[in-house]
Design a protein around this ligand. Structure first.
Ligand code: FES
Length: 108
């Protein structure tokens, strides 16, 4: 298997309804992951791009969270409708989608 150029991690963690932390799962993360899979397939990008669903990555309030490596860009509040922009901007053209990035001020 060739080394992927990009690795997209979608937090798909779910918690029970009413849990104080909430979760990416309850905010539509499965739809986001599904859309990534569809778009990567459609563009024949699998192989060069790896897609992984993950458990909680610790930014539950900002979910759904998507992380793109090797750039270590963290996206927040990602909707299925944002996926095309991330693929076309970040994955295909190397330009992260700034409007969706978790701001530096969010990190402790
Ligand atoms: S549930 Fe997704 S970051 Fe915690």
């Amino acid at each position: 298997m060739p080394r992927p150029k990009y690795h997209i991690v979608v937090c798909t963690n779910s918690r029970p309804p009413g849990h104080p932390k909430g979760s990416c799962g309850e905010k539509g993360a499965q739809d986001v992951a599904k859309r990534f899979s569809e778009e990567l397939e459609k563009r024949n990008l699998f192989g060069g791009v790896m897609l992984t669903g993950s458990t909680c990555v610790g930014m539950c309030h900002a979910g759904p969270v998507v992380i793109v490596y090797p750039d270590a860009i963290w996206y927040q509040g990602v909707k299925a409708g944002d996926v095309q922009e991330i693929i076309e901007g970040h994955i295909l053209n190397g330009k992260p989608v700034e409007r969706l990035m978790i701001p530096e001020s969010a990190w402790g």
